[in-house]
Design a protein around this ligand. Structure first.
Ligand SMILES: [Zn+2]
Length: 316
């Protein structure tokens, strides 16, 4: 059955021309080359936990349309981002090859200080080449008739001083008071990697901001009591603190994953509101995904979102 489906896709692709992207599940490709110990040595087993969180998030995004990024023939690009092991320094990668429907995430640990548990850093990108390469491959992607900024590469730092709780069965209820849940924090940051809270002008997120609130149509369908926009934090890159939605695990009321903070001993799953926002910023989210029990491996505090060119720490 699967083989037949693959053949059909191939045929359709041929008929419609090479510019058609096949929809496929998003993949996070974690790159540990800039890590300095958080995911290596005695901590190498943490990679299994991170990869499992990547799979957890991916299963809600089964129909993405990100083209492969393949430099060459005069087309080049460079991404600059804060180094995950030392966010005060900038790292750049040139002509990184990115597979279709894949986002490359450079990961590491760093002493982030204060109540910051983790931070995602989106890149500053420079590109040179023909228009199709620049506009349609590196900077933007299309979904239906709409055009969105695309995710390609990012950096993700976890606070190396945090007392983390790593859980091999994160779908089961646990008591881990005093520790911070790696699963929840990593999932939160991966949605930032995809553009949740990207306030840069023209981003899929930014286009849905209205008077300091999030006015994406799908999100407003769920939050019908806030017809002019779902309230955000003051930086406009998270839901307002304590925003409630429904867990995708069991439908129970839960604080949204993408509010600005999480307490110790608390686990959050992706909520329906979080997925609605992903739809509004241009991802065909799959609400029927059922998290699979797997060898997952995933933190009162605050999670911050940091862009490459300006650091921002969110506290509430
Ligand atoms: Zn955040």
């Amino acid at each position: 059955m699967r083989a037949l489906f693959g053949r059909l896709c191939l045929l359709l692709s041929f008929l419609l021309g090479p510019s058609v992207s096949l929809r496929a599940q998003l993949t996070f490709e974690f790159n540990y080359s800039l890590d300095s110990g958080f995911f290596s040595g005695a901590n190498a087993d943490r990679r299994v936990h991170l990869e499992a969180v990547g799979s957890y998030v991916s299963q809600f995004l089964t129909a993405t349309t990100l083209a492969a990024i393949t430099a060459g023939g005069g087309n080049t690009w460079t991404a600059q981002f804060a180094s995950p092991s030392n966010p005060s320094t900038t790292h750049s990668v040139t002509d990184l090859a990115v597979a279709a429907n894949t986002v490359v995430v450079y990961v590491g640990g760093a002493g982030l200080g204060g109540s910051v548990l983790a931070q995602a850093n989106l890149p500053g990108i420079s590109v040179s080449g023909n228009e199709s390469w620049s506009n349609n491959t590196v900077f933007k992607r299309t979904e239906g008739h709409s055009v969105y900024t695309r995710a390609s590469v990012a950096a993700l730092s976890f606070n190396s001083s945090t007392n983390w709780f790593f859980d091999s069965t994160p779908l089961a209820n646990k008591n881990f008071g005093g520790q911070f849940d790696f699963f929840s924090v990593a999932a939160h940051e991966l949605l930032h990697v995809l553009g949740f809270g990207d306030t840069r002008s023209g981003s899929g997120w930014d286009r849905n901001l209205f008077n300091g609130a999030f006015a994406g149509g799908k999100s407003l369908e769920e939050k019908s009591n806030t017809p002019f926009g779902v309230p955000l934090n003051s930086a406009r890159d998270h839901w307002a603190a304590s925003t409630l939605s429904f867990s995708t695990r069991d439908g129970e009321v839960q604080e949204a994953l993408m509010d600005p903070d999480i307490a110790s001993g608390v686990r959050k799953y992706i909520t329906t509101l979080d997925l609605r926002a992903m739809q509004d910023i241009g991802y065909p989210a799959n609400f029927t995904a059922v998290p699979e029990p797997a060898a997952f491996g995933i933190g009162a505090g605050v999670i911050s979102l940091v862009w490459a060119w300006r650091r921002r720490r969110i506290q509430s």
